[in-house]
Design a protein around this ligand. Structure first.
Ligand code: SF4
Ligand code: SF4
Length: 283
């Protein structure tokens, strides 16, 4: 089973939920946690361990000046502005390239070939006996986050239980993360902006017909707006995490509330069973 933990916006505590869920479940089964928030991966901070890194490359065009006639077809085709054709040469801006391969196809002279360029890496570690952590890292300045997400997902394989931590929002990298998952846990705060962004995330999971439930984080006990939203959108509230200095202090030092705070192991174990039951997903 693949469970994705997502949120409409950053800073809701999504990674904290994924980390604690992975920790608790790994106590009695094999779990693979996958950090797909490749622009700001943080899961490894909860689980320091020795990592084996593998480079992620993307195919980039190479222009042969001996064959190129400066016809301009490749520059016209590239919708990402990665190619500018001058009178005497072709300028290529690698960081803008999305590796679609189109410029090679449209070139009438066969002047374009492709070569791999490193855009990030995937790190794998085994921080606990039952836990494997796979983290995707996109190099600074690169745009191909979905490519690194794909590589991280491939490295995680199809283990019986995979928990993916998606990037915040609903951009391409998030869609790449949630596609093919069995269940989505949406983490939100009970604030107007939190609920506005949650609505976007709900739209995305509904587009993919993905069963979903909600975790309300940093609750001050007045969650009427969030619970009304969930009722209206037919989303079960799976867990409510209170706002508290003790919880914040544990998180700030990179700790796990499920390990360091009494009662939270049971709460996160219940999150899993409730998510599977309420969302009607078969284990
Ligand atoms: S591979 Fe695609 S995105 Fe990259 S330069 Fe060629 S046309 Fe543009
Ligand atoms: S399409 Fe081919 S021939 Fe035309 S400018 Fe681009 S590389 Fe040169």
């Amino acid at each position: 089973m693949k469970i994705v933990v997502a949120s409409g916006k950053g800073g809701t505590g999504k990674t904290m939920v994924a980390a604690n869920l992975g920790y608790v479940l790994s106590r009695d089964r094999k779990v693979t946690l996958v950090d797909c928030d490749v622009e700001e991966p943080n899961l490894h901070l909860f689980f320091p361990a020795e990592t084996v890194d593998e480079a992620v490359t993307a195919e980039n065009p190479v222009f042969d000046p001996a064959l190129c006639t400066q016809c301009g077809a490749c520059g016209k085709f590239c919708r990402y502005g990665a190619i500018t054709v001058l009178r005497d040469r072709v300028l290529f801006f690698a960081e803008l390239c999305h590796s679609c391969g189109g410029c090679r196809i449209v070139c009438p002279e066969g002047a374009v070939t492709e070569t791999g360029r490193a855009i990030g890496k995937v790190g794998t570690s085994h921080p606990l006996p039952g836990l494997t952590l796979v983290s995707g890292f996109l190099n600074e300045g690169e745009v191909q986050a979905p490519c690194v997400v794909r590589a991280a997902r491939a490295a995680a394989g199809d283990y019986p239980l995979v928990i993916l931590d998606a990037a915040p929002g609903v951009a391409c990298a998030v869609m790449e993360t949630i596609t093919g998952c069995d269940l989505c846990i949406l983490v939100t705060e009970s604030t107007p902006s939190g609920l506005h962004d949650l609505a976007l995330a709900v739209e995305a999971v509904r587009m993919l017909s993905l069963p979903a439930g909600v975790v309300i984080n940093r609750s001050d006990g007045r969650d009427e707006a969030a619970t009304a939203f969930c009722r209206e959108h037919d989303l079960p509230v799976l867990m409510t995490i209170p706002f508290g200095r003790e919880i914040a202090a544990i998180q700030n030092r990179g700790g796990l509330v499920a390990r360091d705070l009494p009662g939270f192991t049971e709460k996160f174990a219940a999150l899993y069973t409730d998510a599977v039951r309420l969302c009607g997903v078969k284990e």
